[in-house]
Write a protein that binds this ligand. Structure first.
Ligand SMILES: CC(C)(COP(=O)(O)OP(=O)(O)OC[C@H]1O[C@@H](n2cnc3c(N)ncnc32)[C@H](O)[C@@H]1OP(=O)(O)O)[C@@H](O)C(=O)NCCC(=O)NCCS
Length: 389
């Protein structure tokens, strides 16, 4: 089978998905994806758009806005109509699933160059979800909602409020430090938006990242999902808008075109679990992936775990033996979704971009990197990456 390398990845900043305060409130999600497509080809001039075999784009709930975001954004970007696109919906892991689809296609020789990515604007997606009656009857409509799953995980695994606030604190601190140090400049594409007063601005940083964060203030926050609950907004990934796009290529094609790359795809795994504790899904996905690839957790130097909620993140980290309390040595070194934001279908691809940049700039000796995330209704994914340069 062919080897698959990650040639490049870009993302928009994450905007707050809010009708009055969001910097991207006047932009449509496809426009964010168009900005990524354009930046990707501008940064990689040896890759001509017509060379792309196909496009895979993850998007969890954007179907209610337009039907095929990957394809329509491709056409809106003025890119060749001969390149087909597939918009993939797998809730939060949609963007990672897009990567896995393309990687498998390259490995089995269907094509050499794929554009993949993800996009979501949670302010513009339809509110409320249709849940089949059989599913609602079995699991309970309330228990299937994301916030309640985070509550249930905290209760079942006995995760304390103090530990969740500490986890949120470190996510914020690391995200603020990485932002201040310009670490995201390798991946962020500046995009036009509007400030809260309505003035046009160039957005070049993640809107949710706070310069200051206080454990004291977080400890005073009210539960977000039920009056007697423990999960606050600080312990939850916030509503976000953003897009990202990457180029995956067979290693031989990358060498032929003179593209540089640092990591190759070693494999992916999906695992399903009880939807009412969907957040712990990565435990099984990662275990499957490690068993399949023969790589042990000790050999992995960098982990990007999407922080849907502090409770599920802590349980996954603890169960996988990556530590007990934040700050974690290997996990989310530039902060996570609690601080950066989580545009559902985008995040699974975004964390692979960040993983690549951490392995390139921060941990140049790291051999293996792992990216994993949970998904609504009990769908989790994990991908393993190995340094080759
Ligand atoms: C938790 C949730 C309900 C909160 O939504 P909300 O009530 O609209 O609250 P916001 O996110 O706007 O945050 C409320 C306030 O708390 C503040 N806040 C959040 N985290 C904070 C922190 N760590 N420190 C200080 N303030 C914080 C926000 O800045 C905001 O204040 P502002 O409006 O003055 O800026 C919402 O973010 C949510 O549903 N998150 C989960 C999304 C989800 O399910 N994703 C999929 C996961 S699988």
């Amino acid at each position: 089978m062919k080897e698959v390398v990650l040639v490049d990845g870009v993302r928009t900043p994450n905007g707050r998905a809010h009708a009055e305060k969001g910097w991207f409130r006047k932009r449509m999600p496809d426009e964010l994806l168009v900005a990524c497509y354009h930046a990707l080809f501008a940064r990689n001039p040896q890759v001509k758009p017509e060379m792309v075999e196909a496009v895979y784009v993850g998007t969890a709930n954007q179907g209610g806005v337009t039907n095929d975001m990957g394809r329509l954004a491709w056409l809106a970007a003025g890119l060749p109509e001969s390149v087909a696109a597939n918009s993939i919906c797998q809730q939060c892991p949609s963007g990672m699933s897009a990567i896995e689809h393309a990687a498998r296609a390259i490995m089995c020789g269907e094509g050499d160059i794929y554009v993949v990515g993800g996009v979501e604007d949670m302010e513009k997606m339809p509110k409320g979800m249709y849940i089949p009656k059989a599913v609602a009857d079995k699991y309970g409509e309330w228990d299937l909602q994301m916030g309640p799953t985070a509550e249930k995980v905290a209760a079942l695994w006995n995760v304390s409020v103090e530990d969740m606030n500490l986890f949120a604190y470190w996510s914020n601190v690391r995200a603020a430090e990485a932002t201040k140090a310009g670490k995201f400049k390798h991946e962020i594409v500046p995009v036009e938006g509007h400030d809260e007063a309505g003035n046009p601005i160039i957005v070049d940083r993640d809107q949710w990242v706070r310069d200051e964060v206080s454990m004291e203030a977080m400890a005073k926050m009210k539960p977000a999902f039920k009056p007697d609950g423990v999960i606050t907004a600080a312990m939850s990934s916030p509503l976000t808008a953003g897009a990202c796009a990457l180029i995956l290529m067979s290693r031989e094609k990358a060498d032929e075109l003179g593209c540089s790359y640092h990591i190759k795809y070693r494999g992916g795994a999906m695992a399903g679990n009880d939807p009412t504790i969907m957040g712990v899904g990565p435990i099984e996905a990662v275990r499957k992936l490690l068993a399949r690839t023969g790589v042990t957790m000790d050999e992995i130097d960098v982990v990007e775990l999407n922080e849907a909620f502090a409770s599920q993140s802590l349980v996954v980290i603890r169960e996988l033996g990556l530590g007990y309390n934040a700050p974690f040595e290997k996990v989310n070194l530039w902060g996570g979704a609690l601080a950066l934001g989580h545009p559902l279908g985008e995040s699974g691809a975004r964390i692979v971009i960040t993983l690549n940049n951490i392995m390139k700039y921060e941990k140049p000796d790291a051999k293996y990197g792992l990216a994993t995330l949970c998904g609504g209704f009990g769908n989790a994914n994990a991908t393993l990456w190995e340094r080759v340069n």
